[in-house]
Design a protein around this ligand. Structure first.
Ligand SMILES: NC(=O)c1ccc[n+]([C@@H]2O[C@H](COP(=O)([O-])OP(=O)(O)OC[C@H]3O[C@@H](n4cnc5c(N)ncnc54)[C@H](O)[C@@H]3O)[C@@H](O)[C@H]2O)c1
Length: 374
């Protein structure tokens, strides 16, 4: 049973009442006193901003050493100052990450460790990136269930306890074969058949539930497949769309694990990270929803190959379909309808397919030339 919903000492209510419902409730809240740390009463109310408006947020990013975390930390550090953004993970950071700003060990399955980090660093925003992605999750369901669902419960409790603004990314994988796929709207049937998708629907619903019941400032974007040049993907179904660029530059050959006509929504990493910052900064009154689709482009492997061949005409492609990944891709959206994000907080992507291909090839070519000259 979720430990969150049990009794709470009267004092906690008084603390909340004394502070009224303003946004300035001090970090002292529900679990600071003598009762069990994971108990929140049913009529508790949480508040979106626990720092003075003029202050910068203090941000913790979990799972920060994956494909997206380091780039997000760089973006947020430019905006809010280097020391206000703490990256965390259970892996050892490479030198350049370790020296670029605060890094801390954090296992999201260790609740006490999470709480210590949030308290000691006066965290106000929590960006929850730790997860096992679709293909990796299917290969290890118990671990995916643990990290993606039990871990999320820890994150929700921590965010509730300390009045944090909480961002959790969801995914095109939160839809399934019974969802409308072309296009997929924000609100429709969601019956995914991967542990990854199930855990992400769970995250969306739990976050929205905490928002409606307690006023938690939960914000969520459903990311498409994200394409980046300097970080590798972590075992998702859209990984081919990153790997092709590396192989095209390095060997001139690419073996694709999805069928040539498999259409999926994709996005360049800069758009994804900017969208994340924008939703985090959006005034609450503009958000008519708490979970938004965001979209930039959709393409198939053969369309991507054609776009790459405009720059590297000799690129050779073979197809060796991975049945597990193909089955997942065949159940996912082909086009993502993100009109609510565009309407509510002015979301606008900058990279279409030609810009994406140009940018990726440019980055990877320069990088490998630099490595060769060293
Ligand atoms: N990359 C994409 O294309 C994409 C698309 C849609 C949604 N997302 C979501 O965005 C988030 C970040 O994605 P990513 O591509 O960077 O993921 P990733 O797989 O590259 O990285 C995930 C990180 O989580 C860490 N992690 C695993 N178990 C942990 C634990 N117990 N405690 C703390 N950290 C742990 C891993 O060490 C890893 O560094 C994920 O939630 C993912 O579901 C990503």
């Amino acid at each position: 049973m979720m430990p969150v919903f049990r009794n709470l000492a009267k004092t906690a209510k008084e603390v909340l009442l004394i502070n009224g419902c303003s946004c300035q409730i001090p970090a002292m809240s529900i679990r600071l006193m003598s009762w069990s740390p994971r108990q929140v009463n049913a009529d508790a109310s949480f508040h979106s901003v626990s720092f003075a408006e003029s202050d910068h947020p203090r941000v913790l990013i979990t799972g920060g050493l994956g494909q997206l975390g380091v780039g997000l930390a760089n973006l947020l550090r430019k905006r809010f100052g280097k020391n206000n953004i703490i990256l965390s993970d259970i892996r050892k950071p490479p030198d350049h990450v370790f020296h670029s700003g605060p890094f801390i060990y954090s296992d999201i399955l260790d609740y006490k460790n999470l709480r210590e980090i949030v308290v000691n660093n006066r965290i106000t925003w929590l960006i929850h990136y730790s997860a096992l992605l679709s293909a990796v999750g299917e290969a290890n369901v118990p671990l995916a269930r643990n990290v993606n669902i039990t871990g999320l419960h820890n994150i929700l409790d921590i965010a509730a306890e300390h009045n944090l603004r909480l961002f959790v990314p969801s995914t095109i994988g939160a839809f399934g074969s019974t969802s409308p796929r072309n296009p997929t709207p924000d609100i429709c049937i969601q019956r995914p058949r991967t542990i990854y998708g199930v855990s992400k629907v769970h995250a969306e619903l739990m976050g929205e539930y905490y928002h409606h019941k307690y006023g938690m400032d939960f914000r969520c974007l459903r990311y498409p497949g994200i394409i980046s040049a300097d970080t590798l993907p972590g075992g998702g179904t859209t990984d081919y769309a990153v790997q092709i660029f590396h192989d095209a530059v390095k060997t001139g050959k690419f073996e694709c694990n999805l069928k040539p006509d498999t259409k999926l929504p994709m996005m360049y990493i800069d758009d994804c990270l900017r969208a994340t910052l924008e939703i985090l900064e959006a005034p609450a009154e503009q958000l008519t929803m708490r979970t938004y689709n965001i979209s930039a482009m959709s393409f198939t492997p053969e369309e991507l190959v054609a776009a790459v061949r405009k720059h590297l005409s000799d690129l050779q492609i073979t197809y060796k379909v991975d049945e597990m990944r193909q089955a997942i891709a065949d159940s996912w959206p082909m086009e993502f309808d993100d009109h609510n994000a565009r309407k509510d907080w002015a979301w606008k992507h900058e990279y279409d397919l030609p810009e994406l291909v140009f940018t990726m090839l440019n980055f990877i070519t320069t990088d490998s030339q630099l490595m060769q000259s060293n």
